[in-house]
Design a protein around this ligand. Structure first.
Ligand SMILES: Cc1cc2nc3c(=O)[nH]c(=O)nc-3n(C[C@H](O)[C@H](O)[C@H](O)COP(=O)(O)OP(=O)(O)OC[C@H]3O[C@@H](n4cnc5c(N)ncnc54)[C@H](O)[C@@H]3O)c2cc1C
Length: 281
């Protein structure tokens, strides 16, 4: 459990690009509230196949203008090298120095197009074109990526991706702390050498969480699922339980030496602020 202790702790918050003016207003408020917690950066997701390209750009621009560091996610599936170069150039012009580099997913049944197959190729390309100009984060999966042919292969691919030139990694969310510890130990044994920051999903909505988890392969342990199901329409009790469980997970991760936390905020400040306060950060 000690292998991650050598890295400084970083805290970051993730947003998705709002879809309308109301969402943009709400996100401005959320940024202001979470900005008071002084995260290292706010990351902003990127729609599969570039579907939120403008939204991601506009959102990171606004975050930077508010005086915070923003880190756009860039997914490469279905994308040409020239598009990535143009995107990097547009980010450079607004002062972006931090990226989250991903493969992304194509919509089901879409033909496979573009110049990239896996995220390691994107990392290699960004490094080749821009040297050390950007800090590059990549994705990690303590419970393994849904397409992994085996746990061992997924670990090897992840370590290789990092060695291609990533500075650190953010994990898919998980509720099994042991999966995280075992994952980072195995990666370190293969010479990983970077911080793997746990991704944290505050539990506030069971149906949404179940949908996300089925899609991304993050397990909701049976005891948590049963409790959440049991609350039915009693949303206050569900949220209270959910925030207890999430806070407890964060506490254990930090006490064990995790190098910070990355919150999947879903553009809301309150759940993250509550957990933050309870952790005494
Ligand atoms: C922190 C975080 C942020 C995310 N943000 C976004 C976002 O903004 N937009 C979005 O669309 N999605 C996002 N995702 C989801 C992500 O795009 C998907 O999980 C996607 O399916 C995999 O992306 P990756 O970068 O992890 O892929 P990769 O690292 O390429 O891995 C994908 C799969 O391929 C395997 N693999 C890797 N390299 C090779 C190789 N050379 N040969 C054979 N197999 C290989 C891996 O083992 C794995 O099973 C995010 C995920 C995380 C954890």
């Amino acid at each position: 459990m000690d292998s991650q202790k050598k890295f400084p702790r970083t805290f970051s918050f993730e947003f998705f690009p709002p879809r309308n003016e109301e969402g943009r207003d709400k996100l401005r408020e959320t940024t202001q509230q979470l900005g008071q917690l002084k995260p290292k950066f706010f990351s902003v997701t990127f729609g599969a196949g570039g579907s939120t390209r403008e939204g991601t750009y506009d959102t990171v621009k606004e975050i930077q203008a508010l005086g915070h560091q923003a880190a756009p996610h860039i997914s490469c599936m279905g994308t040409r090298r020239a598009d990535i170069l143009a995107l990097l150039d547009s980010y450079r012009k607004i002062g972006i120095r931090h990226l989250v580099a991903l493969r992304g997913d194509l919509p089901k049944d879409a033909p496979r197009t573009g110049d990239f197959h896996f995220a390691n190729e994107l990392v290699a390309y960004i490094r080749a074109e821009t040297g050390k100009e950007f800090v590059i984060e990549v994705a990690a999966y303590p419970e393994f990526h849904p397409e992994a042919t085996s746990a061992q292969d997924d670990i090897r691919r992840f370590v290789d991706k990092v060695k291609t030139g990533a500075d650190s990694a953010i994990t898919q969310y998980f509720f099994n702390a042991d999966a995280y510890w075992r994952f980072v130990e195995d990666c370190e044994a293969q010479g990983l050498g970077v911080a793997v920051v746990p991704g944290i999903m505050p539990i506030t909505n069971y149906k949404q969480l179940a949908r996300f988890s089925d899609a991304c392969g993050a397990e909701i342990p049976r005891w948590i699922r049963q409790r959440l199901e049991g609350f039915g329409d009693d949303l206050d009790s569900l949220r209270a339980f959910g925030l207890d469980v999430t806070t407890d997970l964060c506490e254990r991760l930090l006490a064990g030496g995790a190098p910070g936390l990355h919150f999947y905020t879903l553009n809301r400040a309150a759940p993250t602020c509550t957990i933050w306060e309870r952790l005494g950060l």
